[in-house]
Design a protein around this ligand. Structure first.
Ligand SMILES: [Zn+2]
Ligand SMILES: [Zn+2]
Length: 274
């Protein structure tokens, strides 16, 4: 069973700093050597200011000549998340404050892993509902595209941006219900549309809407993907995503500039690298 480790980053570090300098490595003093020996392949949760802001898997642990911090651990699969520490406290009945590197015991680790699994399932369930709604939407009901972003709605745990199923349907129909990565990616005939089944994906994702002045929920920003490519663009390693983004960006460049969303390929890469 995998272990879960809490790694607070000190107040002399900011999250931005961490993203810049430590995106693959964390250094620590020998004080934690024994703990480190037990840490391979563990899941590490980085905390700062009572928020768990990143989750990663430790891939290897090495020593260096650095006098103060001679231990380096390298990790893969880093995901920036934003979960209040209080949430985990509820799940595990944590008593401590955990100011230091801490390997959690078996039962706490398991509870946390279960929680993350559930969290991921919930996200997929939501997207499934959305794809189903799109299939059933009537194309004639499409309203004008508005360029001002909608206000986010307050959900149970976090706020979210409402998505318009009619626009998504229009985008899929413009792509002739083919996968925009490769039109040979055929799937099956959807009961709802009587067309090849594809899914709608927002090329510039909603998690950056608050930083962008124009509405992301517009047809030019919605791409049509086969379910496999859709999963891939969400879950693959950054290098694999890069090739897909290149293809999709070039296809949509003209449309994106019409709706003031031409953010440049490098910005798009950096959004997907997190
Ligand atoms: Zn998507
Ligand atoms: Zn595909």
């Amino acid at each position: 069973m995998k272990k879960v480790i809490l790694q607070p980053i000190g107040n002399d570090n900011s999250i931005d700093n961490f993203k810049e300098k430590n995106s693959k490595r964390w250094a620590e003093s020998t004080k934690y050597k024994k703990d480190w020996e037990e840490s391979k392949e563990a899941i590490v949760l980085f905390t700062h200011d009572s928020v768990i802001f990143a989750k990663a898997t430790i891939s290897s642990i090495e020593t260096s000549n650095h006098t103060k911090y001679p231990l380096n651990y390298y990790y893969d699969d880093i995901k920036f998340i934003n979960i209040p520490f209080s949430k985990l406290r509820k799940i595990t009945n944590f008593q401590d404050i955990y100011r230091n590197y801490t390997i959690l015991n078996k039962s706490m680790s398991q509870k946390i892993l279960d929680y993350f699994e559930l969290l991921e399932l919930k996200i997929y369930k939501k997207d499934e509902d959305y794809q189903k709604d799109i299939g059933e939407a009537n194309l004639f009901d499409i309203k004008d595209e508005s360029e001002t972003p909608k206000e986010p709605k307050k959900g149970k745990n976090k706020s979210y941006y409402p998505r318009n199923k009619f626009r998504a349907k229009l985008a899929l129909s413009r792509a002739a219900y083919t996968c925009e990565i490769d039109s040979n990616h055929t799937t099956f005939i959807s009961k709802a549309t009587n067309e090849n089944y594809v899914e709608a994906h927002h090329l510039i994702p909603f998690n950056v809407q608050s930083e962008i002045d124009y509405n992301l929920d517009v047809t030019h920003n919605i791409v049509s993907l086969c379910p496999n490519c859709h999963k891939k663009i969400h879950l693959a390693s950054f290098n694999d995503k890069k090739k897909m983004l290149d293809t999709l960006y070039n296809k949509h460049l003209e449309g994106l500039s019409i709706v003031h969303l031409d953010i440049g390929i490098d910005s798009l890469f950096s959004i997907y690298s997190e």
